[in-house]
Ligand binder design. Sequence first.
Ligand SMILES: [Zn+2]
Length: 182
Amino acid sequence: MATDETARPVGVICPRCGGSEARPVAEARGGKGAFRKELGTRLQKSPEKSGDGCLHFIEGMVLTGMGAALAYTGVDQEKPLYLAGGVVLALICFFGTIAVVRGDRREKDAEEDGLAKADWLWEPAHYCYGCEGVFCPGGTPWLGVLDTDQFKKMVWTEAGYGDQLTDKSKNAEVPPGTLPWY
Ligand SMILES: [Zn+2]
């Protein structure tokens, strides 16, 4: 029986089990059996961030606008309490928004720095379907075969968001010698 399997180029050989079914982790996350084995999560490169500076800015400006409207009502109807309250509310919202948006930006910058490092460790990594190990062909930039928990722990820790690990990878131990500086 001829299948297109024969036409496929030979994959990278796994150094642990000798299997040739290894695929880049990016491919394995969405490949065969990925859903059943939760590879999407187990090989995840970074936490999915929800913080959105732009959205925070819009929300803040809407609140600022409400404060301004209240102040305007105070002027219009000669109610000094509305005016004072509205001005205070508008100022709090305005400066609060600036602080939040700046915080978002700092977080984003740190995340971008981390992501570059995560990419470096993650992109060349291959997932072996034979033994469920993760390794880099040629041993660069890191050595050995890790299980997915160890792999995730290493990538997230090196990228600076290891504290955001929530699954059992949190307790994984990366063997010494995996990274040149370990
Ligand atoms: Zn293997």
